[in-house]
Design a protein around this ligand. Structure first.
Ligand SMILES: C=CC1=C(C)c2cc3[nH]c(cc4nc(cc5[nH]c(cc1n2)c(C)c5CCC(=O)O)C(CCC(=O)O)=C4C)c(C)c3C=C
Ligand SMILES: [Fe+2]
Ligand SMILES: [Fe+2]
Length: 338
């Protein structure tokens, strides 16, 4: 700490830090680590909006005693040498963004944090503070806004800052669901895939689901997803009958937003569709929801119903055009700062 009573304090340019934030994922491929992760994630009232007195007994007595062992198999199917895919790809994005911003001549500090698990939001804010950042742009890596993802990142940053005496200035990116850098990178990824492997009959854009009741109460997530889907289809020049948007990863028994991904693909196969491609534009980094649920599970379901092939188009991960799009987004949002 500099001398708080210095009577001739030096004027220094204020340093800007960028905090990339994703959901988080278990630290290890072990039931205990998966349980710790699910406990933190599913205890968040922004994620499960049921009254605590009702939800916590279900969470502790049922979900946390049965689900960790079940999803361990899903994680085992996609685990990498760098750990969980979500962490591995997020670290690649961090390295890519640092390099790209430096290449563009910016002197910025870039760190990665996870809303649940590690590296924690607290550790990310501490690392930025230790490096002298007086200004922080938080970039939740969710293209579409939802209270269950984006808002809870902002909430938690606020709770952490409540313990800082000398707080940094903060800016937050709310969404980037129709930003050119994002839509263009998605469109390029599809075009490249089709150039290499040929075009399917239909393209399915599968987004993470959300309880229907949450959208009815005003969460703009469904609308954001549809805007992304429409923009991407337009950018690809796809006629309306060649694409559809669906929702995956339903959790629990209440109705979620529809159409559901797996039942829709089963229906399509039964109705005679032979070749479909599925992409997950809402996930900028590969994770169990894309690699295990879609590329493995939903693919098997489609083939079981008579489909010939379901190909999964990879997430943006560390594609150079996407890292460029992310750098554009950062530049746009630090204007006036650095
Ligand atoms: C229980 C309610 C859940 C809501 C609401 C929800 C919203 C939501 N989630 C994502 C992104 C991801 N979710 C991931 C995994 C995951 N999601 C839930 C539950 C809800 N998600 C659970 C219980 C899990 C863990 C796996 C499982 O037990 O099935 C992941 C991947 C994490 C990983 O480690 O790979 C992502 C990413 C969004 C975008 C979203 C709302 C729009
Ligand atoms: Fe989720
Ligand atoms: Fe899932």
């Amino acid at each position: 700490m500099s001398d708080p009573f210095d009577i001739d304090p030096p004027l220094q340019p204020l340093r800007t830090g960028i905090l990339l934030v994703n959901l988080g994922t278990p630290d290890a491929l072990e039931v205990g680590a998966i349980r710790r992760y699910l406990r933190e994630f599913l205890s968040d009232p922004r994620v499960v909006e049921l009254p605590r007195a009702l939800w916590l007994p279900i969470l502790y007595l049922y979900v946390l005693t049965t689900r960790p062992a079940k999803v361990r198999h899903a994680y085992a199917a996609v685990w990498t040498e760098q750990g969980s895919p979500l962490r591995a790809y997020s670290l690649q994005q961090l390295a890519g963004l640092r390099a790209e911003l430096a290449r563009r001549g910016h002197d910025l500090t870039v760190e990665l944090a996870m809303r649940y698990g590690n590296p924690s939001l607290r550790s990310g804010l501490d690392r930025l503070r230790e490096q002298g950042c007086e200004r922080i742009l938080a970039v939740p890596l969710y293209p579409q806004y939802s209270a269950s993802t984006t808002a809870t990142v902002i909430d938690e940053i606020g709770r952490q800052l409540a313990t800082f005496r000398d707080q940094p200035e903060m800016r937050f990116i709310k969404r980037f669901h129709v930003e050119d850098g994002y839509i263009d990178a998605l469109a390029n990824s599809v075009r490249e895939f089709w150039q290499a492997h040929g075009e399917p009959e239909k393209l399915v854009m599968s987004f993470h689901g959300l309880p229907r009741a949450v959208v009815e109460k005003g969460d703009p997530y469904f609308r954001d997803c549809m805007q992304t889907a429409n923009q991407l289809a337009a950018r690809l020049g796809l006629p309306r009958e060649r694409w559809l948007a669906t929702f995956q990863s339903r959790f629990g028994r209440t109705p979620w937003i529809e159409p559901y991904t797996e039942p829709t693909l089963r229906d399509m196969a039964r109705q005679g569709v032979r070749r479909v491609d599925v992409m997950c534009p809402g996930f900028v980094a590969e994770c169990i929801e894309t690699l295990e649920e879609i590329a493995m599970g939903v693919r098997e379901a489609f083939i079981e119903e008579g489909g010939e092939d379901l190909r999964y188009i990879p997430a943006l991960n560390a594609r150079p055009d996407w890292i460029g799009g992310l750098a554009d987004l950062v530049e746009k949002n630090i204007r006036g700062w650095a």
